[in-house]
Design a protein around this ligand. Sequence first.
Ligand code: 6OG
Length: 156
Amino acid sequence: MYTRKLFSLIFIRKTSEILLGLKKRGFGKNKWNGFGGKVEKGESVLQGAIRELKEECGLSAKQLKKVGILEFEFKGDTVLLEVHVFETYEYSGELIESEEMQPKWYDLKDIPFKQMWPDDEYWFPYMLRGELFKGYFLYRGQDLILKYNIETMEEL
Ligand code: 6OG
């Protein structure tokens, strides 16, 4: 029996830059990623995304566009992570470092894939091309992808 856990993952975009955060603690520590986290009981994925964005980097977003859904399985583990990926070009507020994340703008040419989850290198190109996508990744531990699949979607 598998248990599915819902997460949000948010990327703030500019034409040629993307905002990433260096995770300072917990799952994915020392990796650059978007902002986000577990969706809590009683909130939608979108509400969770807006909440996490504000908590982790101080920025507010009214509209987030869902661009992808990722499913992660870790061999030998019955928990499946379902991560809903959002992006926006419109935000307000002051960028701050939080206890969880150290934010930094990256030029799209300099995305630090070597210090990110290995799956990112596979699906980022879809997001950067503006394609909607669904992806599945089977990991062994947290460094090795045993199997993956990505497809583009008409809608999510
Ligand atoms: P908290 O533990 O902070 O939420 N996440 C992943 N992101 C990528 N790019 N690859 C993965 O491969 C991921 N697994 C989880 C979802 C964890 C945050 O990290 C994302 C959340 O935004 C395995 O509550």
